[in-house]
Design a protein around this ligand. Structure first.
Ligand code: NZQ
Ligand code: ZN
Length: 390
């Protein structure tokens, strides 16, 4: 067991009637709102108009920043910070998926800071001090950004994708209405579901460090929840039960509740962020391709029992198999779930990714030394895993 602190102050309104409280919650922070949203899904669904009506009813004035990119760019963050300063914004409202929320978080940190460029905060040339309050309306289950203290931002000219990590950017209030995710396309539903699973794998489940058994059991139940409900949401996108379970699983996978002080890097996340930095792919898709290859790569006598346990608990793998055989069966079953059941393409080649940037990506993934996880990964290991994904 490790010592740990659990402190997650994000207030969550969960359910289909909760958005009615948006105006009153925003008003506790002031009167001037920056509304941040993505490429237009909220306009198509009618949510944009609904939000504007709620804000108008609450007497709030709104400045908008739309067009946040999937894999949000630092330039968009900087644009938002300018708007906040110019308009004297009191609170930043993100309506969208992880990209929109991350962009909003980074804007909220940059606007009151001493720099015009969020990249100075990310690379430590300026410090995060005061941060504008952040409120989110989640429209896509996956990243956990709605309850966590992290914003992942891309710098395209430099092929970098990095996290601004501080509890100061944790949303103050989050609205989770599962019915808002009924319009999420099948591909994004699949990728978001894989992202949820990967947060549990990377942060806590696949570790050689001691954990509270209670938390390991809960991790397995959350994983089983995703494995059960993601295919239902794909078959029946408006299934509220499936959408609600995926949404709450998204938040729990990364809101620190499942975390008991395990100290390791998220191996697949470190490797995937390099991929989406270079190729602008969907985060959960990169993870789907990496995870089964990574598990196979690290599979040995020390890791097999845990991989097999996951298979037994979550994928109906035969408990009587020997650990190595059980772990191999587990990685096959997981690959089958990602590529056949959820239907995402199985290789880098499918995404147009070849070997040319592997060395640079591995150099950057390991720039602070080998990746510390259940199995330490050197630069050469990272390249070898990338090659297995071709
Ligand atoms: O941009 P719009 O038009 O809104 O469309 C989005 C986008 O095209 C669409 N979408 C979202 N909600 C929808 C919808 N379409 C129809 N109906 C809805 N209700 O889905 C597409 C993807 O959206 P995006 O926000 O990019 O997806 P996601 O939530 O997966 O976020 C991915 C980003 O989050 C980062 C990823 O690296 C990536 O940059 N992550 C953030 C984390 C964090 N803050 O803690 C942790 C994660 O590990 C991850 O790295
Ligand atoms: Zn992730």
């Amino acid at each position: 067991m490790n010592d740990f602190i659990f402190h997650n102050p994000t207030k969550v309104y969960f359910g289909t009637e909760q958005l009615a409280h948006l105006g009153e919650e925003l008003a506790t922070f002031g009167t001037k709102v920056l509304l941040v949203y993505g490429g237009g899904s909220i306009k198509k669904s009618g949510l944009y108009d609904r939000i504007h009506a709620l804000l108008a009813d609450a007497g709030l004035s709104v400045t908008s920043l739309g067009g946040v990119e999937p894999n949000p760019r630092h330039t968009t963050v900087n644009e938002g910070a300018v708007l906040c300063r110019r308009e004297g914004v009191d609170v930043v409202l993100a309506v969208g998926g992880g990209s929109t929320i991350d962009c909003a978080k980074a804007i909220a940190a940059t606007a009151p800071s001493t720099t015009d460029d969020v990249w100075d905060l990310i690379e430590g040339r300026a410090t995060v001090g005061e941060v504008l309050p952040i409120v989110t309306v989640l429209t896509l289950a996956g990243t956990g950004s709605e309850m966590d203290g992290s914003a992942v931002i891309s710098n395209k000219p430099r092929n970098l994708k990095c996290s601004l990590r501080t509890p100061l950017v944790r949303p103050r209030v989050t609205f989770e209405d599962p019915s808002l995710t009924a319009t999420v396309p099948a591909y994004q539903t699949a990728c978001g579901s894989i992202d949820i699973m990967s947060h549990i794998f990377d942060a806590t489940y696949f570790t050689d460090q001691p954990q509270l058994d209670m938390l390991v059991r809960v991790q397995e139940e959350v994983l089983k929840t995703v494995i059960h409900f993601a295919p239902i949401a794909l078959d029946d996108p408006a299934n509220l039960d499936a959408r609600a379970n995926l949404m709450w699983a998204s938040s729990w996978a990364l809101n620190d509740f499942l975390f008991d002080g395990v100290k390791q890097q998220g191996a697949c996340h470190v490797m995937e962020h390099e991929l989406s930095a270079y190729y602008d792919i969907t985060h959960g898709h990169g993870l789907a391709i990496l995870i089964p290859r990574w598990l196979r790569y690290i599979l040995d006598d020390t890791t097999a029992p845990l991989i097999h346990r996951f298979g037994v608990r979550c994928l109906d793998i035969d408990a009587s198999l020997a650990p190595i055989a059980g772990a191999e069966a587990t990685t096959c079953a997981l690959a089958h779930f990602f590529f056949d059941t959820l239907g995402v393409a199985a290789t880098f080649t499918d995404l147009g990714i070849d070997e040319r940037h592997f060395a640079d990506m591995a150099d950057h993934a390991c720039e602070h030394g080998p990746i510390q996880s259940i199995k330490t990964l050197t630069r050469d290991d990272v390249i070898a895993i990338y090659k297995l994904c071709l």
